[in-house]
Design a protein around this ligand. Structure first.
Ligand code: ZN
Length: 507
């Protein structure tokens, strides 16, 4: 029996904390928000109309909840919109392939480009012989990625293969990768510059497959070609074309990629705030980037961080409408190209940054928070631990704290604030195979969201924001003396503030 414990706990119950937990559990809007953001708005690549749609959607949502919200312009970007993409094999037989055009790639006509697919030669001697061979790419689609020997991730091999065959597969793959890199090096180009050379030589298009080491999952970034289509194909579709080309079956594919160039467009952060009643010029900031890569719908990078912050704001406005300090949420644009939105905000709002009581950022997937570091602030233990005391045990027990910790360099937007000296903290999540399966992949979708964990993060965030706002004291910003870096033997230095790229993708 734990009656004694419950009784003690009951005596200390904070009615606001209790009501936050109840609202989050019994009237959750997370599923609805996730549906609207991921299913209706979709991917949120900087400079796309969908990104602007997301900003307008968030402002409308906050307005409906009675929270002041605005879109703040911080820069401009190359405007681009993804259109219909079809990649079909039309010879030696017809098969629709699982692939997509890469971001900012120019479009084809609606008739598409139909051409034979070829692989790079496997035994390049040197740059001179490669230059002689290069005209062969004219009018062809060129396969530029290594053909993976297996589409099964290592964990699957580990579970089912004999020890010997698992080891053999890995050794063979390592040798193949090494040979692949050496072969590319002999061309006189690297993996990136060879694309431009192939394009200049008159290729019809580039076909790549950037496997993310999970079943059916690829990383999707931007294209390196200026005029011809670049598509990424799922591992086995790519492997099939590769084998057909190598065996001399002369596969032909048709690529239709109807993207649009939209000139130069403004870029924004969405900012919303619940004004403080006693100390309106001091700020508790909730932070999550709003943009995503567009291989999928950005559900865990960073749809989940986004809905955590939105739901926490909704709950706080409903149950704690007159906070002592101002509670501000930042939904940053263009984090993926270098923390641009948050760096813009830090540069444009020095007074707010100087008066940050605490900032909480979440940006590594759908998992429940399992780590909280003091980020190199000497006295962070004192206030963070005190605020955490109000968090229910079933949430708190998963969180490993690290004090005073060391400041994070640039993984996500809290780093923009931390570099300016503001006490900014990362709520770090359990992985749920984030790095392989969802981060910047074509499979970062709604079905990967673990709503119980996201709900737990919402409760944690709302309670931390409430406690930080109510704290009788301003938080200390005193920094630790940083330790030496064991690799270089030099003393670490505090990360320095950096300016955003305010004009992206425009040559
Ligand atoms: Zn992210």
């Amino acid at each position: 029996m734990i009656l004694g414990t419950s009784f003690t706990y009951a005596q200390e119950k904070d009615p606001i904390v209790e009501s936050i937990i109840k609202e989050a559990n019994e009237n959750s809007q997370l599923e609805h928000l996730a549906h609207e953001l991921m299913d209706v708005v979709g991917p949120r690549l900087v400079g796309t109309p969908q990104m602007k749609h997301a900003h307008d959607w968030a402002v409308a949502k906050y307005t409906k909840w009675g929270i002041l919200a605005r879109n703040e312009k911080w820069g401009e970007w190359r405007g681009w919109e993804r259109g219909i993409t079809h990649v079909d094999m039309v010879s030696p037989r017809v098969q629709t392939l699982d692939g997509m055009q890469l971001a900012w790639n120019p479009s084809t006509t609606s008739a598409g480009v139909t051409a034979e697919v070829m692989a790079l030669p496997g035994n390049i001697q040197d740059s001179t012989s490669f230059a002689k061979w290069l005209p062969n790419v004219k009018g062809k689609f060129v396969l530029v990625s290594m053909n993976q020997p297996t589409g099964r991730p290592d964990y699957n091999w580990e579970e089912y293969a004999t020890e010997e065959s698992f080891k053999k597969m890995k050794d063979d793959r390592d040798a193949q990768s090494k040979a692949w890199r050496a072969n590319i090096n002999k061309t006189g180009y690297n993996g990136r510059s060879i694309i431009a050379a192939i394009e200049s030589a008159g290729a019809a298009g580039i076909v790549q497959s950037r496997w993310s080491r999970g079943f059916g999952v690829n990383k999707i970034f931007s294209a390196r070609t200026k005029k011809i289509p670049t598509v990424d194909l799922e591992l086995e579709d790519y492997g099939m074309l590769y084998r057909l080309a190598e065996y001399g079956d002369k596969p032909i594919i048709k690529v239709v990629a109807e993207s649009k160039e939209l000139g130069v467009v403004p870029t924004f952060n969405t900012i919303a705030e619940i004004r403080g009643s006693e100390k309106p010029d001091e700020y508790v900031i909730l932070s999550a980037h709003f943009d995503s890569w567009d291989g999928a719908t950005g559900a865990t990078d960073n749809g989940t961080g986004t809905i955590v912050m939105m739901e926490a704001m909704r709950i706080l406005k409903k149950l704690y409408p007159n906070p002592k300090r101002t509670i501000l949420v930042g939904h940053w644009g263009s984090e993926e190209q270098g923390l641009n939105g948050s760096r813009g905000f830090v540069e444009d709002h020095p007074k707010i940054v100087d008066n940050v009581q605490a900032l909480f950022n979440q940006d590594n997937g759908t998992g429940r928070v399992v780590r909280l570091s003091g980020g190199g602030f000497l006295h962070s233990y004192e206030y963070l631990t005190r605020w955490l005391e109000a968090v229910p045990e079933d949430i708190k027990k998963h969180i490993e704290t690290e004090f005073p910790g060391i400041p994070g360099g640039g993984g996500s937007d809290y780093a923009s604030f931390l570099a300016a000296g503001a006490p900014a903290f990362s709520l770090s999540s359990l992985s749920w195979d984030y790095w392989n399966y969802t981060w910047h992949t074509n499979r970062d979708t709604y079905d990967k969201i673990v709503f119980d964990d996201v709900r737990s993060n919402t409760i944690l965030t709302a309670i931390l924001a409430y406690k930080a706002s109510e704290d009788p004291n301003r938080t200390s910003r005193e920094q630790i003396i940083l330790p030496t870096n064991p690799r270089t033997g030099k003393q670490r230095t505090w990360p320095t503030k950096r300016s955003p790229n305010r004009k992206g993708g425009i040559d």
